[in-house]
Ligand binder design. Structure first.
Ligand code: AMP
Ligand code: ZN
Length: 117
């Protein structure tokens, strides 16, 4: 089975599964998390299927930077850039990764505790 058939986020990229999209371009798609952990909780994902940050290659460096900068612009758009927001990339099981298509969480709109749970 191809990644686009089996992967939840590839199906969102393909438009087969609905998501509340807030941004997209030729390399990334951003949408609201279905189970928000803060007043603002977005996910920014590459259109390309990358399993995790742990499997990204040097050639993905530009794409990884673009994901972070898109997250920053979305934080600005959501009005949380100046107040503060957090970008999170969970990588593999002990970090809590549940969807194995690389995604950047953009969280904000409330005080966020540190260290994370
Ligand atoms: P992680 O635990 O870092 O792998 O994050 C996966 C995130 O994807 C979780 O915050 C989920 O709530 C979110 N999620 C799962 N399915 C969907 C979906 N269909 N639409 C939007 N967000 C989703
Ligand atoms: Zn995928």
């Amino acid at each position: 089975m191809s990644a686009s058939q089996s992967c939840l986020f590839c199906r969102i990229v393909a438009g087969e599964l609905h998501a509340e999209r807030v941004y997209e371009d030729d390399r990334v798609v951003a949408f609201r998390d279905i189970n928000p952990q803060a007043p603002v909780h977005l996910l920014v994902i590459p259109r390309k299927h990358l399993v995790s940050l742990g499997e990204a290659e040097a050639e993905d460096a530009g794409l990884l930077g673009h994901l972070l900068l898109c997250g920053r612009e979305l934080a600005r758009q959501e009005g949380i850039l100046e107040r503060g927001y957090r970008t999170v990339i969970n990588t593999n099981r002990e970090a809590g990764q549940t969807v194995f298509h690389l995604h950047v969480h953009v969280l904000g709109g409330r005080f966020l505790g540190w260290p994370p749970g």
